[in-house]
Design a protein around this ligand. Structure first.
Ligand SMILES: Nc1ncnc2c1ncn2[C@@H]1O[C@H](COP(=O)(O)OP(=O)(O)O)[C@@H](O)[C@H]1O
Ligand SMILES: [Mg+2]
Length: 266
């Protein structure tokens, strides 16, 4: 637990969470006894194998999905549905097909008020940051999957949320764009001090970005380990080549290999 979370000022707090999906073929436990906190201005990565319940966790934190057991709090208040001070980037881009790139990025503002010139300036700046300048008036079907995902990332930042939930946001991007977006996310986070819950199945991505990595087991997802990442910031190309970085990555790789080899097989 980070110092800020220990002081009771966690932005996001998940306590003893369980999620059971009811299905005709029987119930499926996706998450079991998961507790975690994201402090104010803290960057937390959740790392776990495919199917372990990561997207379920994001659904819970965003208030779109109700827990079967346990509690979810934002700034100490129980989450009862989607909130305006939370930004979400889903694993799939989920853009409005009838709206342009600019319109999609402005959507979180449009849901609250009529967007003004200052909003449009900010939207264009975010579009530039995700390297989609020139595509402002294109429609989603005219974009590749990776470009659509970058629109969704810009949209997640648009209303300047104090908590950002991101579900494998870079998984659909080509390697070079992914590196660019990773560095942009880090500098945006360092500038704005948001709380971030970042879901990934990539070990290097988690270690590169996070203050803490929360490792989930295979389904039903439970917290296997919490790893503090005390690498100096900003993390750069030099970080990737450092022995501290590779040591942390290898430690996590070993954890998953153990799981593959034994207890994780269910
Ligand atoms: N709506 C749903 N109904 C039933 N089972 C689901 C539903 N959504 C996810 N699951 C199951 O819950 C488990 C966790 O899914 P998910 O949270 O998407 O995992 P991850 O994002 O880590 O790949 C998987 O076994 C998946 O098949
Ligand atoms: Mg997922």
């Amino acid at each position: 637990m980070s110092a800020s979370a220990a002081a009771g000022t966690a932005r996001l707090s998940i306590r003893d969470l369980s999620v059971v999906y009811k299905a005709r073929r029987g119930d499926l436990t996706a998450l079991e006894a998961v507790s975690l906190e994201v402090g104010v201005s803290e960057f937390v990565a959740v790392l776990g194998p495919s199917g372990c319940g990561k997207s379920t966790l994001l659904g819970i934190a965003s208030g779109l999905l109700a827990p079967s057991g346990g509690a979810v709090l934002i700034d100490g208040q129980a989450v009862r549905g989607p909130r305006r001070d939370v930004g979400i980037v889903f694993q799939q881009p989920t853009l409005l097909p009838w709206s342009t790139v600019l319109g999609n990025v402005l959507a979180p503002i449009a849901a609250m008020t009529r967007p003004g010139a200052q909003h449009e300036t900010r939207a264009r700046e975010l579009i530039r940051l995700v390297r989609l300048e020139g595509f402002e008036n294109h429609y989603p079907h005219e974009l590749s999957g990776g470009m659509q995902q970058r629109v969704a990332i810009a949209r997640g930042f648009m209303h300047d949320p104090s908590l950002l939930l991101m579900d494998e946001p870079f998984a659909a991007l080509d390697a070079m764009t992914r590196e660019h977006m990773t560095d942009e996310l880090q500098s945006m986070w360092m500038r704005t001090g948001k709380a971030v819950l970042f879901i990934t199945h990539s070990i290097p991505e988690a270690v590169y970005l996070a203050d803490r990595v929360i490792v989930l087991s295979a389904r039903p997802g439970t917290v296997r380990e919490v790893l503090e990442i005390d690498l100096p910031r900003p993390r750069t190309l030099d970080t990737l080549g450092s022995t501290a970085f590779t040591g942390l990555c290898n430690h996590l790789r070993r954890l998953f290999r153990q799981e593959d080899a034994g207890e994780g097989r269910r």
